[in-house]
Write a protein that binds this ligand. Sequence first.
Ligand code: NAP
Ligand code: GDP
Length: 349
Amino acid sequence: MPKVALITGVNGQDGSYLVELLLEKGYDVHGMVRRTSQFSRGRIEETRQRAQDQGRVFELHYGNLGDSSSLHRVLAACRPDEIYNLASQSHVGASFEEPEYATEVNGTAVLRLLECIRHIGLKTRFYQASSSELYGNVAEEPQTENTPFHPLSPYAVSKLYAYWIVRSYRETYGMHASNGILYNHESPRRGESFVTRKITYSLARIKAGHQRVLRLGNLGARRDWGYAKDFVQAMWLMLQQEKADDYVVATGELHSVREFIEHAAAIAGFSIAWEGAGVNERGLDRHTGQILIEVDPKFYRPADLDRVRGDATKARTQLGWRPTVTFDQLVALMMESDIDLARHEHHSR
Ligand code: NAP
Ligand code: GDP
């Protein structure tokens, strides 16, 4: 009998890569999607079609993390061996604008899901999408599983609740429930409002003549950026361990937003020269003098992480996990994909 997995947030960046991985591994996969006013399955439609053509199980269920009855219905219908809880209000910036909603979906909902599992009496393994945002105002660098947390945003605080409720259910009820403390991970499927994708998408559109300028917030922020496809491997590995545990998943490298822009711009055929400072900083193309980057304080956050860098030694030694894609390769992958997308946008006009 194939193993059965349920992925919440299956239509998100990570969900879309994870479903591909689990199908490759022979799982029957169930995905939870929420109802929206427009049909949106962009990241998974091709996989769903392919699975259907091959007679594989990849079934979608409507459900919402805010609604216990829907969680109950979905869990009872598919009775998964493994649950990957990836659904969330995943944008840190947006969580300052809708803090109660972030708390509800990222925090309380995890308790809701764990309670459903307990009441149904499911013997399932549980993965929780925890985040490097937990470290916030970092106490040390690089961060490990033992570094104290100091969350700075409503997103991070809600994820802190989720992290602890998962540990609590593991310790109290003996659930096989693990936290993956994942650092930023990106891909051509990353949502366009996250900084990496915003950069590659906008530069590609500027190059194609569809957009004039790219407006960003804090250019000095530094992140440990990895490739989403590598990171979903670590999620799966966590649930294959005999004992549930918590793991940092990171590349261990730090790069700034400015650096990301410079690399991406070079691939798009621009050469960035910076001038000015603070809100007056601008990035120009050395060849043409065209202003490509401007700072817009609208994208500053009330509190922001200056830098986060993870130490994934535990994941490396205990899970045998390591990243396969370098920073340069990641930027190239995303930039090339968006250049292609912008080209099609041009053709369709
Ligand atoms: P994502 O692309 O934003 O996907 C999130 C998914 O959650 C979307 O499919 C969304 O549905 C769904 N969702 C949101 N609210 C929901 C609700 N109330 N009920 C049901 N589904 C809901 O995020 P991601 O990058 O794949 O990240 C996956 C998880 O890892 C998230 O929990 C995120 O916070 C966490 N994480 C991500 C990173 C990262 O760098 N990517 C790092 C650390 C942790 P729609 O498709 O309808 O919008
Ligand atoms: P996060 O690390 O989960 O918040 O991922 P993001 O991609 O949203 O942001 C990474 C960093 O880029 C943060 O420090 C942001 O403040 C910074 N940043 C600078 N400009 C922007 C922008 O226009 N959009 C976003 N999303 N982030 C920006």
